[in-house]
Ligand binder design. Structure first.
Ligand code: MLT
Length: 338
């Protein structure tokens, strides 16, 4: 059908009117993908809730260094200490949700809501979940000159000297505190406790003989156990571990049901863009496939979690399950931090 000059003009005008919308939409898509491509264009801060040189710090630095190769940017470790790890978690919950501030934390994310009635954040609603990382056994240690050499000798010794002995830990919400509580309950003895801002300073106190007992993660304790600079009474897992194959568990030595395993997760503030979360998750996976990371973790007794846990959902569902497990236990024990 012939088109008149007037109609042609109208069609041209209409398509010209369309151009700005098409352009805006195209530019928006381009800008979005440019932003996604641009992330990260500066260092990413990985916040560690405990002291430098301690177990969480060792995992963060080992994994973070390998993550930086995947991200193309440094992963900078920031140790934010205090209140059993809750200062760091609260800080990250309120950080800008831009993918440049992330958190590594352990079981403390699940115990904090029951321990701290005035918690400034909600672990189940104030974060984006990136991935789980590694599971780490714990070990029950004494200072080198503590008289008992075995768990069988330690239990009556602690019961007889409970008022003179103390147990170091990294604050309420720290796994060293949790393990100490489980130990005291298992042997039926009260012990004085001494809080530090991480088990790195707690270990220094044990090595220096200022404290008597410490339950701490293999990521820090294996070198000291191998060097013989501490008394070692057993591992807290249900079975023996590859890194210490000759060492019995506390359970096989008679403390039935004694099991404490430390799990780690990486979190970002709620609202962090999906594109950034995907890159951080890919970087964690990349790091955990790195043979250097795998060897270091194996030497330190840490077990890289299976692929199904290397997902946001894997971390979120685990955190929920652990919160449901610990919450009632802590509330019924009446153990409050505030
Ligand atoms: C640390 O890194 O110091 C420990 O993970 C603290 C703790 O016992 O939870």
């Amino acid at each position: 059908m012939p088109v008149s000059n007037g109609e042609r003009l109208l069609q041209t005008e209409n398509s010209l009117k369309l151009i700005p919308h098409v352009l805006v939409a195209a530019l928006a898509v381009a800008a979005g993908s440019a932003l996604a491509q641009a992330y990260p264009n500066r260092p990413v801060t990985l916040v560690v809730p405990f002291a430098a040189g301690g177990p969480t710090d060792v995992v963060a630095r080992t994994v973070g260094q390998a993550m930086s190769r995947s991200l193309g940017q440094s992963v900078v470790i920031e140790n934010k200490l205090g209140a059993g790890g809750t200062i760091a978690a609260g800080y990250v919950a309120k950080a800008a949700p831009d993918g440049y501030t992330i958190l590594i934390h352990h079981n403390g994310m699940a115990t904090a809501p029951a321990l701290y009635r005035k918690l400034s954040f909600n672990p189940l609603t104030d974060f984006e979940y990136v991935s789980q990382v590694v599971d780490v056994p714990m070990t029950m240690l004494g200072r080198k000159d503590l008289p008992p050499n075995t768990l069988q000798e330690l239990i009556p010794y602690v019961k007889a000297n409970a008022d003179k002995l103390n147990l170091a830990h990294a604050g309420l919400g720290a796994v060293s505190h949790l393990c100490g509580m489980v130990f005291r309950q298992a042997i039926g003895a009260e012990l004085q406790t001494v809080p530090y801002q991480g088990t790195a300073p707690a270990m220094n106190a044990l090595l220096g003989g200022q404290v008597d007992l410490l339950c701490d993660q293999t990521t820090q304790t294996i070198p000291h156990i191998k060097a013989g600079s501490v008394k070692f009474y057993g591992v807290t897992t249900s079975g023996r571990i590859k890194a210490l194959p000759q060492s019995p568990t506390l359970e096989e030595q008679g403390l039935k049901g004694f099991q404490v395993v430390v799990w780690h997760g990486i979190y970002a503030p709620k609202g962090t863009p999906a594109a950034a979360l995907e890159k951080i998750n890919a970087a964690v996976r990349f790091a955990l496939k790195d043979p250097v990371v795998q060897q270091r973790m194996a030497e330190l007794g840490a077990e890289i979690v299976p692929d199904a846990k290397l997902t946001p959902e894997g971390l979120r569902t685990w955190l929920q399950a652990e919160t449901d497990r610990y919450g009632p236990m802590i509330r019924s024990a009446g153990a409050f931090a505030d």
